[in-house]
Design a protein around this ligand. Sequence first.
Ligand SMILES: NC(=O)c1ccc[n+]([C@@H]2O[C@H](COP(=O)([O-])OP(=O)(O)OC[C@H]3O[C@@H](n4cnc5c(N)ncnc54)[C@H](O)[C@@H]3O)[C@@H](O)[C@H]2O)c1
Length: 410
Amino acid sequence: MNEKFEKVVMIGLGYIGLPTAALMASKKFNVLGVDINQSVVDTINDGLIHIVEPDLSGIVKDVVTKKTLRASTQPDFADVFMIAVPTPFKEGFQPDISYVEKATRAVIPFLKDGNLFIIESTSPVGTTKKMTEIIFSERPELKDKIYISYCPERVLPGKVIYELEHNDRVIGGINPESAAITREFYRKIVSSNLYLTNSQTAEMCKLVENSSRDVSIAFANELSMICEQANINVWELIELANKHPRVNILTPGTGVGGHCIAVDPWFIVADYPKEAKLIRSAREINSYKTLWVIERVKNAILTFVATHKRTPKVAFMGLAFKPNIDDLRESPAIQVVEAIQTAKMDATFLVVEPNLYTARETHYLNVDLVDYNEAYAAADIVVFLVGHKEFLDLAQNENQLELDFCGIRK
Ligand SMILES: NC(=O)c1ccc[n+]([C@@H]2O[C@H](COP(=O)([O-])OP(=O)(O)OC[C@H]3O[C@@H](n4cnc5c(N)ncnc54)[C@H](O)[C@@H]3O)[C@@H](O)[C@H]2O)c1
């Protein structure tokens, strides 16, 4: 069925690479998943998963049992090579494409005539061309013999399996032939629309999508800070404003986290610093919102101590970067908890994250997690940092002070 693209190597088996590899394996591709992390490889080869993503564990177990998915630390020869490794930023918010480069260099010895090489990692404009140059400088005989494209991922953590198949995709080829072959490949996996363009436009498209979200969230976050000054309930305000048929204000929060929206706009700012004024401001507003939250929590603790003459128990409700997931990357909630802990205030802390068994497994925070019901019952001050569904049912206790930064009580 998949003769032309029968064997696929997926480099990077994280939140994007593993579900994509598993989905392809479920569609009878012969998939080799490659990760530099040996424990990730071992976990997958045991038919288990190392991330929380609904519906993923069953598929991985099935395809590993059927041997259509196998994991390794080393690539091998294949028909299609896909790259889904991290693209963080380094100091000064400069994009770090070293993971993409290392992954590309790792597959270069295995490339052969007719192969398809696809970058899925979110990348600064020009990355695909840079990787193309690296490939052809190492293997000049492959020039015009392999197909190279950029095809960014748009999935929502928590709905990855559905969205992988059903989201429209943008495919940017280094030439029209590459784009066309790449479409043929994705057609076997994706049932939605596939739009072809060049690699730079596809790279910019991904960055712009996340920057657009960042700007919209910054507007909501700015409103939340203005409303506090104006003594207006921001949740009510937004609900009323959204009754306008052409207005759709998003929900304010603790800030913006995750590996995409909090990171990708900087890739545009880094390359176009003079032009990207709104994009930069949005990033700054969303980062500032987290500092604003920290100040509110500190003030609440100081006021409690001054009023009650005792040490308050403070429950931090949620650590993930958004509701109903376990992903802590760039999470503003983590930033808040860390800042309050290091401020050495007269308070004891109960940290809650219902999507994780232990915070230690995350390596992000040195705390023991507490059950959310227990923490809520014991706390003098409850700080809602993430709008997890579990918190929506907590009956309000009038003896507690609640700081709601994510609209649990809206
Ligand atoms: N997570 C999302 O929701 C999402 C959505 C859209 C796009 N993206 C983009 O997709 C890319 C991957 O993101 P992710 O969330 O899957 O990252 P992740 O951190 O969950 O996974 C990346 C994996 O790559 C592995 N890795 C790193 N370098 C490697 C190398 N040289 N060879 C083999 N494996 C290597 C890591 O060990 C890790 O397991 C990033 O560019 C990200 O911006 C992510």
